[in-house]
Design a protein around this ligand. Structure first.
Ligand code: HEM
Length: 173
């Protein structure tokens, strides 16, 4: 993940500065510091057959759901400011076989630490490896990561009349 970001060759991409909150009546605007990090981590079951789909739904998805719930409820303590587990809808708003977790982190290293050592991702990791070793080359489950480290002037979050636990507001009050 880190190695695919060209700038990481010369820059550790540590967080720099503090998140800023500006309040203007009902409008609250958050701008994160330099090197905050966004990950969209997707799962696509579209091409799986019944056996593989059942395995995923019974063995992997519950781990994923628990891990996403952990990030949502307790992530702030480990540098995950906000996290959502989402399902893609089709053009008629019907649920598809594609889901993704989307989360904002203090920086790449906070995300790496969670992925490498926290029980909630290790359980996802373990069940995912079991899935891949069970189906081998027949695996049709697709997994992907999209990771971005935007400059401070490339992100801005505007909340109008929202409750205090909406999105990034929950991390910064
Ligand atoms: C079914 C869902 C998932 C499975 C099966 C899974 C499995 C794995 C596995 C096997 C690895 C090790 C890859 C390697 O060593 O090359 C890994 C790494 C990682 N995962 Fe997950 N994961 C899942 C969901 C997620 C989610 C939702 C997130 C974040 C919100 C996430 C974040 C990461 C990160 C940051 C790494 C390290 C990547 C790197 O440093 O290159 N994963 N995952």
């Amino acid at each position: 993940m880190r190695g695919r970001i060209p700038m990481s060759q010369t820059d550790p991409l540590y967080p720099d500065g503090e998140p800023k909150l500006a309040v203007d009546g009902p409008v609250r605007t958050i701008v994160l510091h330099e090197n905050a990090c966004l990950i969209r981590s997707g799962e696509d079951l579209t091409d799986t057959g019944e056996t593989e789909r059942c395995f995923y739904m019974e063995q992997v998805e519950p781990m994923l759901q628990a891990g996403m719930q952990f990030l949502c409820d307790e992530g702030a303590a480990i540098g995950c400011f906000e996290s959502r587990y989402m399902r893609v809808l089709d053009e008629r708003n019907r649920p598809t076989d594609r889901t993704f977790g989307m989360s904002w982190w203090r920086d790449l290293s906070a995300l790496e630490e969670w992925a490498a050592g926290h029980p909630s991702h290790l359980k996802i990791y373990g069940s995912g490896m079991k899935h891949l070793s069970t189906f081998g080359p027949e695996t049709r489950l697709r997994l992907y990561h999209e990771v971005t480290v935007p400059a401070a002037n490339e992100q801005r979050f505007v909340y109008v009349g929202c409750h205090d636990r909406t999105g990034l507001l929950r991390a910064f009050g």
